[in-house]
Design a protein around this ligand. Structure first.
Ligand SMILES: Nc1nc2c(c(=O)[nH]1)N[C@H]1C(S)=C(S)[C@@H](COP(=O)(O)OP(=O)(O)OC[C@H]3O[C@@H](n4cnc5c(N)ncnc54)[C@H](O)[C@@H]3O)O[C@H]1N2
Ligand code: MOO
Length: 504
């Protein structure tokens, strides 16, 4: 699949541009400075994360990073390369249950002293060399011994014959192979996978379940990891209910239940959402007392009478790094750096207990739920990736099945679902009608992957994104069917196994 670091900017204008977009104005939101372009905003968030990470890593090494037992390291990022502490396999090992033989056959069957088991009716059967047990030091030419998968191969042996490929002649007691025996067959030689000292994973790699398994196999009890960034979530809005049905102008808080798990899926350690209503003093208190690496607010980013985010940030002297982004939905999103704690008079470390060259970052997500998702992926995701010590995501592109309307000046993020079809534009793939409903059966065939734009993609809607597996980055002006656009993946796959319990 073609990959490009930059979103598509030159793909022409699709029919039926979003006329409503003009009503919002562009580049400049009322009351605040010029909006950053979407690529600029993401790049700035990523840079901020990486620069914050040097502080974070420094803190980590002094305070939190250190070593974690394997059982606690899932979802962290390796602070050091994973270097094999042993050869793998650590010794020549049998890949099959069968016979280990030396020299050409037929072979004399030898028994392993003490390795017999009762086989019923008072008779005993030789178990041969078992995994985890010692093996005879040598196997003389012309001899064969039973061996189990994973057992050590005696020196001088030259092959393993699977039990189903050999038979013992009862009359002579000799072992005969039923197929040609090749030297080394079904023996995993020591060091086949790695030698002690080989680099198995780079620093910056995410500790997945597979990495935990590899680390254990390679001799690790603990891993040196970058701590997960800690995030506080502040949910603003007096109109929000935490249970039951909407009533009397009140609505359910859709962001409190969504943002924490989403951030955890991105590798963060997230505190329970604090619901602050539309209370400027409560917001100020929460921002000035947070000891997280990142504070996320939802709502209150616009210029309404109870939109307190900008005024409070100004009051507490925060530095606005991004104030509005030319993206739909989500254009009022912002990124700021809060002021650091005052240095204690005695010159000792601050409340975080270490040298700290700035306060937490703040990402202000707009209150409209899909606009909040847009802010999460535009600003919080690259920032967190940097803070966690992870490599920047490699962007990828896919063709859109349908024309996608564009905003005249701003990037659009549109929920999509991936499909594989039998033609480049996917129109002949089964299971889809036109119109982008796209929640039906899967396309079949071995054709190229494409994405189907989903409906219900308005700023206040979650119905499209709930059915999506990605967000298409639609450049200003829109794109025609078949155009390749950048796709932002949704982290569901990695989110699934790492639910709250595993992360806390
Ligand atoms: N005069 C202008 N008004 C607005 C503009 C603008 O440019 N000029 N931008 C609009 C856009 S676009 C967005 S997005 C919103 C952003 O508003 P806020 O971040 O201040 O968010 P609120 O006003 O608090 O809420 C907006 C909307 O979302 C609902 N909401 C808020 N929080 C939640 C939640 N946790 N769960 C579910 N729904 C939530 C809230 O009830 C409002 O309906 O501003 C526009 N206005
Ligand atoms: O259009 Mo507003 O930017 O997010 O919903």
């Amino acid at each position: 699949m073609p990959r490009s670091p930059a979103p598509d900017r030159g793909s022409g204008t699709a029919p039926g541009q979003d006329r409503h977009a003009h009503e919002h104005g562009h580049r400049r939101r009322h009351g605040h400075g010029p909006a950053a372009s979407w690529p600029e905003a993401r790049a700035l968030a990523a840079r901020s994360g990486r620069s914050g990470q040097s502080g974070s890593a420094a803190r980590a090494i002094g305070i939190r990073a250190g070593r974690l037992p394997l059982g606690q390291a899932l979802g962290h990022v390796l602070a050091e390369p994973l270097v094999a502490l042993t050869d793998l396999p650590p010794f020549d090992t049998s890949a099959m249950d069968g016979w280990v033989v030396s020299g050409p056959g037929p072979w004399n069957v030898r028994e392993v002293a003490g390795a017999e088991a009762r086989a019923g009716a008072g008779s005993y059967r030789d178990l041969g060399i078992l995994a985890g047990r010692s093996a005879p030091a040598t196997l003389p030419d012309g001899d064969a011994v039973r061996i189990a998968t994973g057992a050590r191969i005696p020196a001088d042996a030259n092959a393993v014959i699977r039990s189903e490929h050999a038979r013992v002649d009862r009359a002579t007691g000799l072992l005969h192979a039923e197929h040609q025996v090749l030297p080394g067959q079904d023996i995993r030689p020591r060091g086949q996978e790695c030698r002690a000292g080989d680099r198995l994973m780079p620093a910056g790699a995410l500790v997945t379940p597979a990495v935990l398994g590899l680390a254990a196999a390679a001799g690790y009890d603990t891993l040196v990891v970058v701590p997960r960034p800690r995030v506080d979530v502040l949910v603003l809005g007096d109109e929000l209910l935490t249970g039951g049905l909407p009533h009397d102008g009140l609505i359910r808080d859709a962001l409190g239940p969504m943002i924490g798990p989403w951030l955890r899926a991105l590798g963060a350690e997230v505190s329970a959402p604090q619901r602050l209503g539309d209370d400027a003093a409560a917001l100020r208190h929460a921002l000035t007392t947070s000891d997280a690496d990142l504070v996320i607010t939802t709502g209150g980013t616009a210029a309404g009478p109870v939109d307190h985010v900008h005024p409070v940030l100004a009051e507490i002297g925060a530095e606005l790094l991004v104030d509005g982004v030319a993206v739909r939905p989500g254009h009022p999103m912002l990124l700021a750096r809060l002021k650091k704690d005052e240095e204690p008079v005695d010159g000792s470390a601050g409340s975080r207990g270490e040298a700290w060259n700035g306060g937490p970052y703040l990402v202000g997500l707009p209150g409209n739920p899909l606009a909040a998702v847009s802010g999460l992926l535009t600003l919080a995701e690259p920032l967190l990736r940097g803070l966690a010590g992870r490599e920047p995501e490699v962007p990828y592109r896919a063709a859109v099945r349908d024309d996608v309307h564009g905003h005249p000046h701003d990037t659009r993020l549109v929920p999509v679902v991936h499909r594989v079809g039998s033609t480049a534009d996917g129109r002949s793939a089964s299971g889809y009608g036109s119109g982008g409903e796209g929640i039906g059966g899967a396309g079949t065939g071995g054709g190229p992957e494409y994405v189907v734009p989903l409906r219900y993609n308005g700023p206040a809607m979650l119905r499209g994104i709930a059915a999506a597996d990605g967000l298409a980055v639609v450049p200003p002006g829109g794109v025609r069917s078949g155009t390749e656009v950048e796709i932002l993946d949704l982290p569901w796959a990695s989110a699934m196994p790492w639910t709250e319990g595993c992360f806390t």
